[in-house]
Design a protein around this ligand. Structure first.
Ligand code: IMP
Ligand code: MG
Length: 473
């Protein structure tokens, strides 16, 4: 008894110290999750935040859980141990067979036997949960309960602090941009997001993901890479995990010599954990990612026209015709709606449709572009015609990271078309982040920025009849 009391005391001590550190919300919650799991002798833990409508729980920090668990994304709060919403502590003593568990097959594959869920309260309201997972069967003592309740209070304070700092940030921004505007007076917990990162580039990357509404977790898991005797001698913690894409992303925007060692770690990770999908995003990749939106170090780089022609007018013509023939053949006997996102696709779409021999309708959409922080992608021009029960062919100029297409396809799919396929003139596979399926591809292109035939650099070069590579300083 005294030993577990001692362990809990020291756990609380650590957790309060972490809470009082000025780390980002994710880092704080990851660290607290670790303390909770260790103090209770459990395998894993996560800290979950309840949205204001009380229907979803999102992981904001975790420790010791496999990505199978993390990948489940938000949990439906009313389906998963609903008694916790009433402020009670819930215990599942055999997860694979308990019907209150939303993903029993995952619990089973991860050998999770016991799950304990405890509310995070603010006054009378439940605002989140702490969940702990164990591979052994275990019961819940009064002391366990006391610890979970107390750690819940610590989490509550952590969340409140994060909200407060974000609220201040928002007020500051509002004041800076619109001094006469009335200040926001409410603090919706829904917009609670981690604010601080180890590097500026990580924050920028998170902003970009937020913009495209791609869910992410910051440093949710560490991978042991080397061992000596009993202990782990080398660990690797990728910066991001993107649950929907089931992908880890490591940003290396620092010095070249560090990249080499990062590369080695990533290679080792792939060797040791072949099922793990990890992407290294280098400083150059990242600069390019931002430059596309007119940002970052490359954003205002000098360009001196086109350095090299990649595909001539004739080559493009020939390829477009052959794509059109394939589309006409595949959809023979049907009619299709071709949809393009403005403006890059205009040359391609107009040439493509002229060679299609089945009935076609054409429609356009436009979406907002990434502009820094705080905003999310919006459809600024939606379709004119209904696509419900229609065969839709989404036409793209170029698929790069795939984030635009990923978003647009989700939007189109929500209108329940009869079918939905993608035709892209260019495919830059190398830089893909979102795993979108392309059914028709004109050309696979190397990792270089291209212009012409509708594609622009800061609004210019669209009128070139060929596709060329920019000459950049
Ligand atoms: P993604 O979301 O990263 O796949 O980017 C797709 C969009 O970025 C395309 O529809 C283009 O508008 C733009 N884009 C990506 N790469 C290039 C390029 O090399 N030249 C011009 N525009 C590009
Ligand atoms: Mg486009």
């Amino acid at each position: 008894m005294t030993t577990s009391k001692g362990r809990y005391y020291s756990g609380l001590q650590q957790a309060t110290a972490i809470a009082n550190d000025s780390l980002s919300l994710r880092r704080t919650c990851n660290a607290i999750a670790k303390v909770i799991a260790k103090s209770m002798g459990m395998t894993g833990c996560r800290v979950l935040l309840l949205n204001p409508k009380n229907d979803f729980l999102t992981t904001i920090g975790s420790f010791g859980l496999s990505d199978l668990y993390l990948r489940k994304g938000p949990l439906a709060a009313t389906k998963s141990l609903p008694e916790v919403l009433e402020g009670q502590i819930a215990i599942v003593s055999h997860a694979p067979s308990d019907e209150r568990v939303q993903h029993p097959q995952i619990a089973e594959s991860q050998h999770v036997v016991t799950i304990i869920a405890s509310p995070i309260m603010r006054g009378q309201d439940v605002i989140g949960q702490v969940r702990v997972y164990s591979r052994q069967e275990r019961s819940l003592s009064d002391l366990d309960e006391e610890f979970l309740r107390t750690i819940g209070h610590v989490c509550s304070v952590v969340l409140e602090r994060a909200e407060l700092s974000q609220f201040k940030e928002r007020v500051k921004r509002t004041c800076a941009t619109a001094p006469k505007q009335i200040l926001p007076t409410e603090m919706p917990a829904a917009s609670l997001k981690p604010v601080e990162f180890a590097h500026e580039s990580e924050a920028e990357f998170a902003n970009l993901l937020d913009f495209y509404q791609i869910e992410w977790l910051y440093e949710p898991r560490s991978f042991p890479l080397a061992w000596n005797g009993e202990g782990v001698s080398q660990m690797f913690t990728p910066d991001f995990y993107l649950p929907e894409l089931d992908m880890y992303v490591e940003l290396t925007t620092m010095k070249q010599d560090l990249i080499t060692s990062k590369n080695r770690k990533v290679r080792k990770l792939r060797e040791l954990y072949p099922d793990i999908n990890v992407r290294l995003v280098t400083r150059k990749d990242f600069a390019r990612l931002l430059a596309k939106y007119g940002y970052g170090p490359l954003g205002d780089a000098k360009v001196e026209g086109v350095g090299r022609i990649l595909y001539s007018q004739t080559q493009i013509k020939r390829r477009v015709r052959s794509l059109a023939r394939r589309v006409s053949k595949d959809y023979a006997g049907q009619r299709i709606v071709m949809i393009g996102v403005l403006k890059g696709v205009m040359c391609f779409l107009s040439d493509l449709m002229q060679h299609i021999s089945i009935p076609v309708k054409v429609d356009y959409m436009d979406i907002s572009h990434y502009g820094g922080h705080g905003d999310i992608v919006k459809i600024t021009r939606d379709l004119d015609c209904s696509i419900t029960d229609e065969h839709v062919l989404m036409v793209e100029d170029i698929v790069d990271t795939g984030m635009t297409l990923n978003y647009v396809l989700a939007h189109l799919a929500s209108h329940r078309p009869a079918s939905l396929h993608v035709c892209s003139l260019l495919d830059r596979k190398e830089r893909r982040l979102a795993n979108v399926q392309l059914d028709y591809v004109g050309f696979e292109i190397p990792d270089e920025f291209v212009v012409g035939y509708g594609l622009d650099y800061q609004g210019e070069y669209r009128n070139l009849p060929f596709i060329g590579v920019l000459r950049q300083e």
